[in-house]
Design a protein around this ligand. Sequence first.
Ligand code: SF4
Length: 231
Amino acid sequence: MIRLKKRWQGREDLKTKVRKITLLLEKQYGVPRKKGSGDLLDILIETILSQNTNDRNRDEAFRRLTTRFPRWEDILKTKTKSIVSAIRPGGLAERKARRIREILNWIKEREGRLSLSFLKTMGSEEIEKTMGALKGVGPKTVHCLLLFGLGRDAFPVDTHILRIGKRLGFIPEGMNAEKAHTWMDPLISKGKSLSLHLNLIQFGRSVCKAKNPQCGVCFLTNECIQFRSFL
Ligand code: SF4
């Protein structure tokens, strides 16, 4: 009973910590405005292309893919090697090309057209089950669909957010990104997933960098459990 109480208090403390960090980030960077509702299929393909690469390479791969194949239908009519060549800058091109084709085929068979609008009528858990069962669609991809495509409360965890979360102490040290999705969702205040996600990305790019964190100018030192070890 005592142990249960301690665990519960631990989660409540973490919620408070995450709420405080969300507010401090908003004070520094503002409250990010909601982008227009992105096309669900674009978001899905973009997120698959983002696996194991940086934003610049992902954007270049997506730009080349959509320039060469202006309609997603065109991808189903072409050879896999043409898709591979288009998305080469994003890395793991063979694997990603195969996955993209498989997923487009699955949508076409299921819906008779290439659209993910059927997700709009599903609950988030059902979406996680349905989309998460597809090869190449992990928790981050599903959470991107939920947050950016459907405006739901869902928090995608990429390598930058995982790193910052561990430094600040709201993600346990040994946890991987996949598990961190289930861990984080209940810690974030309702309606704050987008704000925390986008502001943490900005914070990671400008202050809490992977190799050279700028602790000297950091405004979250009071919340950081690794602060002293970096001095
Ligand atoms: S104090 Fe340093 S390690 Fe901690 S959050 Fe700030 S920049 Fe990152």
